[in-house]
Design a protein around this ligand. Structure first.
Ligand code: PAF
Length: 298
């Protein structure tokens, strides 16, 4: 595994590796991350390893996707451990640029995906998605991957980036990968380290509430969106330290609101998306309720 810190070195390493592989079309798989890698990231690297010839991982805590009062400075970092995880997953090249390498001068160009970034985390974290789309577009231009792997825990990010790639004809396929959870249901996140043990056990209300939504969707397919939202909200509110930022039920991947009176049966796929604070830590989680396709036998 090779570690590189400059764009020039990265490009020359990818070109060199491509030449060494004697195949007509060598594919590059890319896993962009902010580091502090966990099993969720490892699952993305595994998928990339299975699907593509050259696997590139980037580790970059991107300042322009953090708001002024957010955790950019304190975001957890552990390069040594990250490199060990990447090595174990068979990554070929790890790209760890400095802020100066990525932004030698403040960027005057930003990418904004309208329509998908106004709700959910886009509403709570103004400017966040412009920072994500801008850095991911830069990374795509630098790495030029054929496939890029993203976890569905950030479902809005997957929807926004898929839209960006389609709108701008970027020659890369976004591969959404399933949410990875601890055995007790907590979705894996680099920010879980911030939780005290009390907050961590209270945070299980997120996955519990999503399981309730899944169960209700199967047992009562004619449940309304309003009823479903109440069910999820009530479960979260059982946790005394949980402070709800949002509990939203939207279409997926369009992320459009649905009327409270509407029945689940009348809708295509929807996503139940949550953002909840436990102490200082804001966690997100979601679950996609997929429409059961009725097969008619004639
Ligand atoms: O999901 C993340 O870790 C970040 O938003 C990403 C995609 C690496 C961009 O900085």
């Amino acid at each position: 595994m090779i570690t590189v810190r400059t764009i020039q070195e990265l490009r020359s390493q990818i070109a060199g590796m491509k030449k060494q592989i004697s195949k007509p079309e060598v594919t590059v798989g890319f896993v962009p991350t902010m580091g502090y890698l966990h099993e969720g990231h490892a699952s993305l690297m595994k998928q990339a390893r299975n699907k593509t010839d050259i696997v590139v991982l980037s580790i970059f805590v991107n300042p322009i996707q953090f708001g002024p009062n957010e955790d950019f400075e304190s975001y957890p970092r552990d390069e040594k451990r990250d490199l060990a995880v990447a090595e174990k997953e068979g990554v070929d090249i790890v790209f760890i640029p400095s802020v100066k390498e990525m932004y030698p001068q403040p960027t005057k160009t930003t990418i904004k995906v309208a329509g998908l970034t106004e709700r959910l985390c886009g509403a709570s974290r103004p400017g966040h998605f412009d920072g994500v789309t801008t850095v991911v577009a830069k990374l795509f231009n630098i790495v030029q991957p054929d496939f890029a792997f993203f976890g569905m825990k950030d479902a809005q990010q997957v929807a926004v980036l898929s839209q960006m790639v389609a709108d701008l004809n970027m020659p890369v396929t976004i591969v959404p990968c399933p949410i990875m959870r601890e055995d007790d249901g907590l979705a894996l996140s680099s920010r879980n380290v911030y939780l005290s043990s009390e907050e961590r056990s209270q945070a299980l209300c997120l996955s519990r509430s999503l399981s309730l939504a899944e169960k209700a969707s199967k047992e009562r397919p004619d449940i309304t969106i309003g009823e479903l939202r109440s069910l999820v909200t009530a479960e979260i509110k059982k946790s005394p330290v949980a402070v709800i930022d949002y509990v939203e039920i939207l279409t997926f991947p369009g992320l459009q609101p649905v009327h409270e009176e509407q029945k689940l049966t009348d809708l295509e796929d929807v996503i139940v998306a949550l953002a909840v604070k436990f102490g200082k830590t804001r966690l997100i989680d979601n679950h996609r309720l997929q429409k059961v396709k009725v097969v008619s036998h004639v």
